[in-house]
Ligand binder design. Structure first.
Ligand SMILES: Nc1nc2c(ncn2[C@@H]2O[C@H](COP(=O)(O)OP(=O)(O)OP(=O)(O)O)[C@@H](O)[C@H]2O)c(=O)[nH]1
Length: 378
């Protein structure tokens, strides 16, 4: 295999790092502030870029303090910034002072093996060990707290792969195969620096994918759930009703539908204020969810009107559910409320969602007309 010039590889890392820093900085500016960590993720490739420039400057006469001690420390800083970005993204507290001390101690170590006991091999051993520890910390963190989404998995794989390369590099350094300096054009150097270039690129892409995945999840949530009560919104619930009716055609077991409307809600709003009304709606949704099965779907149809889908449920069973809801909302909680329910069941393969909604609505109207706080069947 070809041994490439380390300077070209390091310059390539710099170019990629710049491009990724720009992309991540752009995302930080335009993504919702709730997606955190993007600033750190944008700063990480910038640090890697600075490190590349410093490494390359050695042959142009840049003093070792910058080209060796500075370059190694700034590269480590980039890796720490990436880790802190991951912590912020997941919502964990960051330990800046500890990392600051770590970087200062590392810089002192590099300075020792540059000025006091100049030794490239020892510097390499020290650098590889210290940077491996940061990779291992981040990998451990993401394995514990990162969840199972694909972009996180990708970052975990990149971290693990780079960690393996670093361990290999450490072994070769300890075996005395490190060479005389960083810019030596050997196969081993080509492999190590290529792995670094690839890691810089893949970690930044991983950060972009993680943030985009989070954005998509948040948008999906916004498009599916009612922001106040966190139950399904009307569109999402009607979609699920259609799916359930299609399933009923295959299984022959149909759902029940309920329209639930809080009684005298306008009066409650007018007497206690809109905020109290909102709290009642949240309490209602929470309490109702707590008496439902996992498969049941509660949604907000609009205002103080809700809809409930009970898959594969007969009228009698649905009636018991309705009774459970009435009872759960009358236990003496300060936000308790009364409600009227219109209930209907599936009438076979020719039944449609529109027809079921109309029957449930009619039954609700009847419940209201008969004095409220009751369930009627349509
Ligand atoms: N606090 C609050 N009030 C809402 C919300 N959405 C709708 N409302 C209010 O709910 C009230 C509904 O009033 P009506 O349709 O007259 O119903 P009602 O007073 O419950 O009367 P009945 O249904 O006949 O028992 C209106 O005053 C709306 O302003 C909301 O998100 N929060």
């Amino acid at each position: 295999m070809l041994a490439l010039d380390p300077r070209s590889l390091i310059a390539m890392a710099g170019v990629m790092a710049t491009a990724m820093a720009i992309v991540l900085a752009f995302m930080r500016r335009h993504y919702p502030p709730g997606i955190r960590g993007l600033g750190y993720w944008a700063a990480a490739p910038l640090a890697w870029l600075v490190a590349s420039v410093l490494y390359s400057g050695r042959e142009g006469g840049l003093p070792d303090l910058l080209a060796v001690v500075g370059a190694n420390t700034v590269l480590m800083l980039g890796t720490v910034l990436f880790h802190i970005g991951c912590q912020r993204f997941i919502g964990h507290p960051t330990r800046w002072p500890a990392w600051g001390l770590y970087l200062v101690a590392s810089a002192l170590g590099f300075a020792w093996f540059t000025y006091v006991e100049p030794n490239f091999q020892m510097r390499l051993v020290l650098f590889t060990t210290l940077v491996s520890a940061i990779y291992a910390t981040n990998l451990h963190f993401l394995l514990r707290h990162g969840g199972k989404r694909l972009p996180v998995r990708m970052v975990q794989i990149v971290l693990a792969a780079h960690l393996a390369v670093l361990v290999l590099r450490l072994a070769t350094a300890l075996a005395g195969m490190a060479g005389a300096h960083l810019m030596e054009q050997t196969l081993l150097q080509t492999l190590y620096i290529s792995a670094y270039v690839l890691t810089v690129l893949m970690l930044s892409i991983g950060a972009v994918l993680m943030a985009t995945d989070r954005l998509v999840t948040e948008l999906e949530h916004l498009a599916t759930y009612d922001p106040l009560t966190q139950v399904f919104n009307r569109r999402a619930l009607l979609e699920r009703c259609e799916e359930e009716l299609a399933r009923s055609q295959r299984t022959g077991r149909g759902p029940c539908l309920m329209m639930l409307d809080l009684d005298h809600f306008k009066r409650l709003n007018d007497t206690h204020g809109h905020q109290h009304g909102d709290a009642v709606l949240v309490h209602f949704a929470h309490t109702t969810q707590s008496v439902l099965r996992r498969a049941d779907r509660l949604g907000r149809y609009g205002g103080e009107e809700f809809m409930l889908l009970l898959p594969e449920t007969g009228t009698q069973e649905a009636r018991r559910v309705a009774q459970r809801i009435h009872t759960a909302l009358a236990v003496g909680h300060r936000l308790d409320c009364q409600l009227s329910i219109g209930l209907t069941s599936w009438r076979g393969p020719d039944d449609t969602l529109d027809a079921m909604l109309a029957r449930a609505d009619q039954a609700l109207y009847q419940a209201k007309a008969q004095g409220r706080n009751q369930t009627c069947i349509g």
